[in-house]
Ligand binder design. Structure first.
Ligand code: NOJ
Length: 536
């Protein structure tokens, strides 16, 4: 298999509104990111995935783009963007842009023209019908919005300010590839492709994900923009199975480098229930089954996966599956060790490396996320109590990931000098912050730093086979083997001691959050014990 830089890379996701505010308006910005590049260099990451910074009315925090070739004023301007690319490069950090091309903002010039002038060629860049069908929006309600002036409905699978693009239109596709080429010329190292599995939709048949022409479009995009450029491209593909992931990421297919699949994330929710009906605890058996399936069925050379617990759409992993009390640090390290030693490219979401947690939102007035707000409105109309709605939002809502990054124990956690930040700063910044983490050699930060370094150094992380070991239910243990070398990874995913028996003759510790010698001797894992050892 041909190896690329991203096989050995760990990627760090930045949500720009919440990372660092340099101008005191309570909102993060590009200069703030530039000011924190030394921190990212210390962590050792290879690339940043930058959530959208393009011009946008911010109905969905930048996932509603009104100009793909301009920067949103709240974040700075193109000169700041170029400086970011430059300064990042000096530190060996690449920048991956978010590519949101399933839809634009309704304020994009294309849509403005399409709406004003139904005879314009731009009209066909979007999806118009005389009658709506039953398709619903991810953000609640019908996916069709009536346009009075033209007497037709347009499709929006997300908010009504995010009209879906019509990928059947060849001229539109070409415009998108040209735009991608512009960014590539500026020096970006790749793209994270927002809900890319939706671009092949057939609305009239109510087919949205994995439409029949999806892979044709991606092949065409590859030829037009990606060929021979050694970029990292990662598709957000909620509906991917290992078979589908191979279609996207088998190098012979010339589509994408890798996918984000969400099967393990599905365990946040009760089976076959709406998103807001969350599962009370992690089904560890299912987690083992799902990870094993992806590790073994997406064979080396046939495709590539990414590894993540968190992103800007998900609650903080410690609050869902870790421990936010006495074992916060230990469980954060355990979850990191479990994830980062599998095959795939690991992603760290800002704040994960210091163990940030969900925010204790008191009421709806503190919520900014359009998805949560629309859900609350719809649920209230259906008679659900505000108490249970807020309970779901506190557990699952996207704003949990979006509260400001906690840099210090000082004013607004060192994120901003403003009196009020766009989302409140978590009160636990007094204990959980970057400054404290850097000062403590035993902090979660240094476990992540070590994992990032291992990813660069150790080929077995790429090549090694994966085998799940039979253990107690709450223990996740696997072996990675390549040639005559074998590595054992053991994690106790619980607050209780668990039995663990394994005969080891000699061993070398790779990484650990415990005294693994004691574990092996006593045949007992204490709460959240986790380690990896090389076996002879
Ligand atoms: C997926 C993004 O991650 C999410 O934040 C956004 O709301 C939707 N796509 C729509 O762009």
């Amino acid at each position: 298999m041909k190896k690329h830089w991203w096989h050995k890379a760990t990627i760090y996701q930045i949500y720009p509104k919440s990372f660092m505010d340099s101008n005191g308006d309570g909102i993060g910005d590009l200069r703030g990111i530039i000011n924190k590049l030394d921190y990212l260099q210390k962590l050792g990451i290879t690339a940043v995935w930058l959530s959208p910074v393009y011009q946008s009315p911010m109905d969905d925090n930048g996932y509603d783009i009104s100009d793909y070739e301009a920067i949103a004023e709240i974040f700075g301007d193109m000169a700041d963007m170029e400086e970011l690319l430059d300064e990042a490069q000096k530190r060996g950090i690449r920048i991956i842009m978010d590519l949101v091309v399933n839809h634009t903002s309704d304020e994009h010039a294309w849509f403005v023209e399409a709406r004003q002038n139904p005879d314009s060629p731009k009209r066909d860049y979007y999806i118009w019908r005389d009658e709506p069908n039953a398709l619903v929006s991810t953000f609640s309600g019908s996916a069709w919005e009536y346009d009075e002036a033209s007497g037709q409905y347009y499709l929006h699978l997300f908010s009504k300010k995010q009209p879906d693009l019509n990928w059947e239109n060849e001229e539109l596709r070409q415009k998108i590839y040209d735009m991608m080429n512009c960014w590539i010329d500026k020096g970006v190292a790749g793209f994270r492709m927002d809900v890319i599995d939706l671009i092949g939709k057939i609305p009239d048949q109510e087919i949205t994900g994995n439409g029949p022409k999806l892979h044709d479009y991606l092949k065409e995009m590859h030829q037009a923009s990606l060929l021979n450029k050694d970029l990292l491209t990662v598709g957000e593909t909620w509906g991917a199975t290992p078979e589908i992931a191979k279609q996207y990421s088998n190098p012979d297919n010339q589509e994408l480098s890798m996918v984000f699949q969400f099967e393990h994330i599905g365990l946040l929710f009760k089976p076959d229930s709406p998103k807001w009906d969350y599962a009370k605890e992690l089904d560890v058996a299912a987690l083992k089954r799902i990870f094993t399936k992806w590790q073994t069925e997406l064979e080396l050379g046939q495709g590539w996966n990414s590894l993540f617990w968190n992103n800007h759409d998900l609650p903080r992993v410690l609050s869902s599956w870790g421990n936010t009390g006495p074992y916060r640090e230990k469980s954060a390290k355990a979850l990191a060790i479990l994830l980062h030693l599998m095959r795939g490219t690991p992603y760290i979401y800002q704040g994960e490396e210091i163990g940030m947690t969900n925010y204790p939102f008191a009421d709806l007035s503190q919520i900014e996320d359009i998805e949560s707000i629309n859900y609350a409105k719809e649920a209230l109309e259906k008679g659900q109590s505000m108490e249970s709605i807020m309970d779901s939002i506190r557990q699952i809502g996207r704003d949990n990931a979006r509260t400001p990054m906690q840099w210090t124990d000082g004013h607004q956690a060192g994120f901003s000098s403003a009196e009020k930040t766009w989302l409140p700063v978590h009160p636990n910044h007094e204990d959980i912050n970057v400054e404290a983490a850097l000062a403590n050699p035993d902090s979660i930060f240094y476990t992540y730093q070590k994992l990032v370094a291992l990813r660069k150094e150790e080929d077995w992380l790429i090549d090694g086979d994966f085998e799940l070991l039979e253990t107690a239910d709450k223990v996740f243990a696997y072996q990675r083997t390549t040639g005559d070398k074998s590595y054992l990874v053991v994690v106790n995913l619980s607050d209780q001691a668990q039995p663990f028996e394994f005969e080891v003759s000699s061993k070398e510790t790779i990484i650990s959050n415990t005294q693994e010698v004691k574990v092996l001797e006593s045949k007992t894992l204490q709460a959240w014990d986790a380690f990896c050892i090389a076996l002879d």
